[in-house]
Design a protein around this ligand. Structure first.
Ligand SMILES: [Zn+2]
Length: 286
């Protein structure tokens, strides 16, 4: 799933390619992907793309005051074409959920692989009206997101830090992959309770959050959409690397598996050498 750095890179990419162009056509390959009905997607046709922004993991295309907002979810992606094929997409027969054609023949497809349909698009006058956008927490790379602001988010929350970091209502844009990376960089157990972190641990976590995300944005920025997935994978120290050596200490990266996801960590760097209980296994053993 694309997270803050990849979504920011997509936004930068679309900013360079799409802004200033006029929308020629919007095609829907899947009716289910469009979560709004008024204004209709056709209302974007004939109007210029004025800007592109990111809200958490949402992309927001400002088309002359009307907004096309989308969230790629787990298996969605954006595919840019300098020359979009002339053939129309056949609804229900294609992984293409939505296609935008621009006036110079270029454009992009939102695609979704597999059967898990999470990709969502909205055509709205006010992006703040999109449910997932309205409830977003602060952006961790915003200038006013200070160490103090972060401390206030954690205070009093008896929640595991891993779950808190990826809760979009608490912090916008961090998901499963970058929360693993940030916790590894901060040498913190993913199961540590937010409210019990000492001040210096919060200092370290805040610094790691900003450093990991800023670094990933720098790596991703300027890359074409097609290269972002590989760049993300290559930049990971522990996420998705169970069984490999930790690049910091050389210990073997371990993982905890859940029903439909998994998280990875280094026991030496993060948990005092102790493996964390695999929840799924413990449940089976009960
Ligand atoms: Zn390590």
């Amino acid at each position: 799933m694309p997270e803050l750095p990849e979504v920011q890179a997509l936004v930068d990419f679309l900013g360079r390619r799409a802004v200033g162009r006029v929308v020629n056509d919007v095609e829907l390959g899947s009716i289910a992907v469009l979560k709004t009905f008024d204004p209709p997607p056709d209302s974007l046709v004939g109007r210029p793309v004025d800007g592109v922004r990111r809200h958490g993991k949402f992309v927001d295309l400002d088309v002359d005051g009307t907004h096309l907002v989308f969230h790629l979810a787990r298996a969605g992606w954006l595919r840019w074409s300098d020359q979009v094929p002339a053939t129309r997409i056949r609804p229900g027969k294609s992984p293409i959920a939505l296609r935008v054609r621009l006036d110079d023949g270029s454009g992009f497809d939102l695609t979704e692989a597999g059967t898990r349909k999470g990709l969502a698009a909205y055509v709205v006058q006010d992006p703040g009206g999109v449910p997932g956008v309205a409830t977003l927490g602060p952006d961790p790379l915003a200038e006013d997101f200070t160490r103090e602001a972060f401390g206030e988010l954690l205070a009093g929350r008896r929640t595991q830090i891993k779950g808190l970091l990826r809760d979009q209502r608490v912090l916008a844009g961090v998901g499963n992959a970058y929360s693993d990376e940030v916790l590894h960089a901060a040498r913190l157990s993913p199961f540590a309770l937010a409210a019990t972190l000492r001040d210096e641990q919060v200092d370290t976590l805040y610094a790691a959050l900003r450093r990991v995300l800023t670094g990933a944005v720098q790596v991703a920025s300027g890359k074409p959409a097609a290269e972002l997935k590989d760049a993300k994978r290559a930049g990971m120290a522990v996420h998705g690397r169970a069984g490999e050596a930790c690049p910091v200490c050389g210990d073997t990266v371990l993982e905890v598996r859940f029903a439909d996801s998994a998280m990875q960590y280094c026991p030496t760097c993060q948990t005092g050498g102790k493996p964390l209980a695999d929840r799924r296994m413990s449940r089976l053993l009960k």
